[in-house]
Ligand binder design. Sequence first.
Ligand code: APR
Length: 334
Amino acid sequence: MPLEIVRNDITKMTVDAIVNAANESLLGGGGVDGAIHYVAGPELLAECKTLGGCKTGKAKITGGYNLPAKYVIHTVGPIYEDGKHGEKALLESCYRESLALAKVHNCETVAFPLISSGVYGYPKDQALKVAIDVISDFLLENEMKVYIVIFDKAAYKISEKLFSDIAEYIDDNYVDEHTDYRRESMRMNVPMQASIGLFEADLCECKAMLSDDDLDAKLKQIDESFSQMLLRKIDEKGMTDAECYKKANIDRKLFSKIRSDVHYKPSKPTAIAFAISLELTLSETEDMLKKARFALSHSNKFDIIIEYFISKGNYNIFEINEALFAFDQSLLGA
Ligand code: APR
C-alpha cells in the first residue's frame, strides 16, 4: 500500500525520512518539532543552525541523528487564518517540496505528520485531505512508501455527517455472527432447496437470452481465476495496469505477482481494493470476491462500510480508508 495512514509517534517511525512541522527559524519549538528535536538530540539543532531558516511552504533536509529515521525533512506550514490567505497552496507546497527532497535523497519510505494542523490551526480534516491529495498525486508518478502519521485520533476525523451516515448503515445491515443464513432464509420461508431451484431457473432463463458467443464468453468467465478476471476487467474498463493498481493503492510488486500467477489468491482487502479501483457494482464486486473465495458479509463492519461506499458510488479509496480508520477497521490495499 504506497500511502498508509497510521496512528503513531513519528519519532518512532523507522523510515528513510520523517518530516518535521517546523517554524521559519528551524530552531525548534513545541509539538512534533519539539518531539523530533528531543529524540534526535542536540546535533540536529546544531545542523539546523547552519541552514539559515526556511520559508513557509519550503523544505530543507538534515540528518536524523538519534532518531530511527536517516533524515529529517523540515518544512514550514502556513499559519491558518481563514482559508482565504493562500494557506491551502502553501500547505500543498510543503508536501510537494518535502517529497521532492525525499526523492532527490533516494528515500524509499517517508513519514509525514499532519503539517499545520496543531499550533498553526489548520482544520485537521482539511489538512488531511490536502496531504492525501498531494501525496497520492505524487505516488501516481513515483515509487515510494509514504505514511501519514496521526498522533491523536481527533486529528483523523471524517465529517460528522459521513460518520453518522455510515454508523446508521451499519446499524441497518449488521447481523451478529450468530445469525445463521439458513435460519434467516427459513424465516423468509425460502427453504434452501427452493432457493437453489430459483438459481437454476434463472440460469436457464439467462441462457435463453444470451447468443451462443455471449454464452461461450459467459461460460468461459465462470471458471476464470481471480487474476484472469482482474486483467479482463482492467481491459474492459480501458485502464492501464498501473492506473488500476495505483488507484487501488496497491504496490507494483504485488500487482506483478498477481499478474504472473493465474492462480494467485489475494487477501480480501486486496481483492476489494481492486474492485474499488475498477469501480465495480456491488454484484460485480461479489463476483470478483467469489473468484478469491471471499464474500461480503453483514457480520463484518469492514464489509458493510465497503458496501456503503459502493452503494453510494463513492470509489475514492482514501475517503474509504479515512472512514475505515474512523471505525477502527483495517485499511484497504495490500
Ligand atoms: N508524532 C506525530 N504527530 C505529532 C506528534 C508526534 N510525536 N506530536 C504532535 N503531532 C501532530 C499534532 O497532533 C498535529 O496534528 O502533528 C501535527 C502538527 O502539529 P504541530 O506540531 O503543532 O505543528 P504545526 O501545527 O505545523 O505548528 C508548527 O508549532 O511546534 C511548533 O515549532 C513549531 O512553530 C512551529 C509550529
